[in-house]
Design a protein around this ligand. Structure first.
Ligand SMILES: NC(=O)c1ccc[n+]([C@@H]2O[C@H](COP(=O)([O-])OP(=O)(O)OC[C@H]3O[C@@H](n4cnc5c(N)ncnc54)[C@H](OP(=O)(O)O)[C@@H]3O)[C@@H](O)[C@H]2O)c1
Length: 315
């Protein structure tokens, strides 16, 4: 469900915006968009380690596993961006953040959820997100806005990059299903808009790219960028899981990939929405444009170096 409100005008709030997860894939782009939008002076990056955070914003230390630090970090903030990376205790951490925001008198929380959280029942990878969304939207003290990104280009391509074999085969496991991926910069732009305007309270937005893509198309785009021939090989999620575990891949990473590809394969992540364009005023960026961005080019350079190493190891 999404309910963009096209009548929204200029920002209406001027308070402090506390941004958790500011060092992560999505959080970095939220900071960039807030600064570009002229909100840098009221941004407070809530981080475990300030390394890499621009001097354009205030930083404050906090750790989700230590609720007292969250309470201090949210003190005096008008709105909080709640974003936590994958962790076995993620739901506990996010609940602690909601409690800390409530206790600190924060008015609004913008929550980074995931597209799959709209399913009932939610797939394994979005169960915690769905619970947290419901708790936030039911709060009588916090006004909640939920952003549900589909998979982010950089995260998915980093994962796929790790699957490329020296012979150019790329084993994926979502059959012929199409998926809508999204550029983290568009998630950042959308988050900056809803953080800066209290009138998005109560709204839920699903953030996708401009088109759905098949495994063949994703691998072809990657082959173009890497300038090497690659071949998409289709496995079942269980067969891919088995292959990766036998190759010594970390259990947690393999489990996440299994959940993700199983959900992709269900065909339920192929819907393109207009929410990025409605919120930001620009069309969502495509996979090709991401691959040509500095971030895309940096990932491709890392993958090329990795495949050279693999080729050397096996020659
Ligand atoms: N990336 C995607 O494709 C995608 C798509 C849809 C939804 N989402 C959702 O978006 C959220 C964020 O994803 P992401 O890809 O941006 O994650 P990420 O790159 O792993 O970043 C996670 C952020 O959370 C911070 N963090 C983790 N544990 C913490 C702790 N104990 N205390 C304080 N900070 C902590 C990390 O800080 P450190 O730098 O200190 O580790 C980092 O800034 C997740 O809930 C994910 O499910 C992601």
């Amino acid at each position: 469900m999404s309910n963009p409100n096209p009548t929204l005008g200029p920002p209406t709030t001027l308070g402090t915006l506390a941004i958790t997860g500011a060092t992560g894939t999505i959080g970095r782009d939220v900071l960039t968009s807030l600064i570009a939008g002229g909100h840098g002076q009221r941004v407070r990056a809530v981080v475990r380690d300030p390394v890499g955070i621009t001097a354009d914003v205030q930083t404050v230390h906090a750790d989700f596993s230590d609720p007292d630090t969250l309470a201090t970090a949210f003190d005096g903030a008008e709105a909080v961006l709640l974003l936590c990376g994958h962790h076995p205790d993620q739901l506990t951490y996010e609940r602690a953040a909601l409690a800390a925001a409530t206790a600190a008198g924060v008015q609004r929380v913008v929550y980074i959820s995931a597209a799959a959280a709209d399913r009932d029942p939610a797939p394994a990878l979005a169960l915690g997100h769905q619970r947290l969304e419901r708790e936030l939207l039911a709060s009588t003290q916090l006004a909640g806005t939920v952003l549900r990104p589909t998979a982010v280009f950089s995260s998915l391509l980093t994962g796929i990059g790790g699957l490329i074999r020296p012979d150019g085969q790329v084993p994926l496991a979502f059959g012929a299903a199409r998926v809508t991926l999204v550029d983290a910069r568009d998630v950042g732009d959308a988050a900056a808009v809803v953080l800066a305007d209290a009138r998005h309270a109560g709204c839920v937005y699903t953030l996708t790219g401009p088109q759905s893509l098949s495994g063949d198309e994703i691998v072809a785009a990657l082959a173009d960028a890497l300038e090497v021939p690659l071949q998409h090989i289709d496995h079942t999620p269980a067969a891919l899981q088995d292959l990766l575990l036998r190759a010594g891949a970390p259990t947690e990473m393999v489990g996440h990939l299994f959940d993700l590809f199983s959900y992709f394969g269900s065909g339920e992540m192929d819907t393109v929405t207009t929410d990025v364009a409605t919120l930001t005023g620009h069309q969502p960026r495509s996979l090709d444009s991401w691959l040509r961005s500095s971030q895309g080019e940096a990932l491709i350079a890392r993958m090329a170096a990795q495949s050279n190493r693999l080729a050397a190891d096996t020659s």
